[in-house]
Design a protein. Structure first.
Length: 127
């Protein structure tokens, strides 16, 4: 993983065109793997890669709409909120993403529905 600007905590996750529409790939970090997901509309999301059910790799799942289905047992996660779609339960962290000059930039501060971006991290202030 290449740092664009470590002070701002935005990391370069590579060219957006490296991920099929729709598709996903795994980004390895010291804090755990992140699934970087591109939808058929071209939107890019980043969520924790570990399924809330039994840890399946969401980056290997099927992407449809704004959701990804875990390949292990089929749990569906909303890419916007990181929350499992009912009737399943659980959630994964989400990460702020922006695409700039064809590169995917990810704020490495994880967020959850219960603890959304406080707006105080350097990324939020620089956005
Ligand atoms: S590990 Fe993902 S659905 Fe079971």
């Amino acid at each position: 993983m290449n740092a664009i600007n470590e002070q701002l905590q935005w990391f370069d996750a590579g060219p957006v065109e490296s991920i099929p529409k729709p598709g996903a790939r795994r980004l390895r970090t010291n804090e755990g793997d992140i699934a970087v997901v591109r939808t058929s509309s071209g939107a890019v999301y980043a969520i924790g890669d570990k399924c809330p059910h039994k840890g399946g790799p969401l980056s290997q799942g099927m992407v449809f709409g704004e959701k990804v289905q875990c390949p292990t047992h089929g749990l569906v996660v909303d890419l916007v909120t990181g929350i499992a779609v009912s009737p399943d339960t659980g959630a994964v962290s989400t990460y702020r993403v922006r695409v700039e000059s064809g590169r995917i930039l990810i704020c490495m501060v994880p967020q959850t529905a219960a603890a959304p971006c406080s707006g105080t991290c350097a990324c939020a202030q620089a956005a």
